[in-house]
Design a protein around this ligand. Structure first.
Ligand code: SD4
Length: 361
């Protein structure tokens, strides 16, 4: 008799497991049919690593490949993630491109104004915004972090500090490419966001703008790294939106928006329409979602979904926002609103490659 009771109990337990599994599947299908929530759990779990992958560095857009090389040179020698993310994005700041560094496009009054931030494994952070005529804003941001009691310096104060720290004051002058696109923009003086401008024909870090092209917009480099000691750091640097209003500051120098690092959990950085990234404290949101146990890719997706919910699908189609994230295990991911975003991943001399950012719309 006892055996029969036990068998019945075992049978009930089996039944409840089957029901639970059915419910999970049904819920998943229902969420999928809503479009925004169609996340395949298995696609994240399959990306879970059995062991920790370190060091590793990831950065936004195609320009990240070159930047990663400089970061990797630091990481592979056992260097600190903080040094890696500074050295990495300096490469982009030095190159001629539409959207990072002094060669980039100006604001609507014809001035290049730069925003940058940096954050280390101790939650130290520094940033500069609306900085003019200084070649490496990310390094000034690091000095703000290391040499002042403050987190953020802006405008002429940031420039004064940079000069005091020995950064050369560069000529007040647009690059040839920027001069041409600015003159072209002045004809209509039309200000509107352009999606994935860095990937469109004739633009982008490796393909500088030429006359007759459309107004330029996004392309920021955000970089996050996990070093051999298991510590995380991040950096972000940009000229912001091309032809922005004078004085406009985006998300990139705002800690928690364009960049956030929590050495217990992970790091995230953002690119795209800064105003919408700031609205949801984007990078901080991504890190907090990882703290709840989400895979970096899933955390990025949820942050993008939040922007779309706030903005509505129609208006979201007019902008681009992308997040990339890295956790303490070296797992990474990226998500964006529109097709066209990519990010560069590097964890070995011969492993420096582009990942397409998954997109929602
Ligand atoms: C900004 N987020 O200033 C920056 C621009 C950008 O790719 O990311 N471009 O809003």
């Amino acid at each position: 008799m006892d055996v029969v009771v036990e068998l019945m109990a075992a049978y009930k337990i089996c039944l409840s497991f089957i029901k639970y599994d059915y419910m999970l599947r049904r819920n998943f299908l229902q969420l999928s049919s809503l479009g925004l929530y169609g996340i395949s759990l298995s696609s994240f779990t399959s990306k879970r690593l059995g062991s920790i992958r370190k060091p590793i560095v990831i950065s936004t857009w195609d320009a990240g490949i070159e930047a990663n090389k400089a970061a990797w040179a630091v990481l592979k020698k056992g260097g600190r993630a903080l040094d890696a993310v500074e050295q990495g994005v300096r490469v982009t700041e030095s190159s001629q491109n539409c959207c990072v560094g002094l060669g980039a496009n100006p604001d609507r009054d014809g001035y290049v104004t730069l925003d940058a931030s940096i954050m280390d494994e101790y939650s130290n952070c520094g940033s500069v915004a609306y900085l003019e005529r200084i070649k490496h804003p990310v390094s000034v941001a690091r000095r703000v972090m290391e040499k002042t009691p403050h987190v953020m310096l802006v405008g002429s104060g940031a420039q004064q500090f940079a000069i005091e720290e020995g950064f050369p004051l560069e000529e007040q002058k647009l690059s040839e490419e920027a001069e041409k696109t600015y003159k072209n923009w002045l004809i209509k003086s039309e200000y509107k966001p352009v999606i994935n401008i860095e990937n469109s024909k004739g633009h982008g870090p490796f393909n500088p703008p030429f006359p007759g092209s459309n107004p330029l917009n996004h392309d920021t480099i955000g970089m996050i790294a996990l070093d051999a000691n298991g510590n995380l750091s991040g950096s972000c640097t940009t000229s912001g939106m091309a032809f922005k209003m004078r004085g406009r500051v985006g998300d990139s120098p705002i800690i928690g928006a364009g960049l956030f690092v929590d050495n217990e959990v992970g790091a995230a950085t953002a690119t795209g329409q800064g105003e919408d990234i700031i609205r949801i404290a984007g990078s901080h949101t991504v890190v907090e979602l990882m703290r709840q146990g989400l895979h970096p890719e899933e955390a990025c997706r949820k942050a993008v979904e939040r922007i779309i919910r706030i903005k509505g699908a129609a208006k979201s189609k007019e902008i681009q926002v992308g997040f990339i994230a890295l956790n303490k295990r070296g797992e990474y991911g990226g998500y964006c609103i529109q097709k066209g975003f990519s990010y560069a991943v590097c964890y070995a001399d011969d492993k420096n490659f582009l990942e397409p950012g998954k997109h929602i719309l």
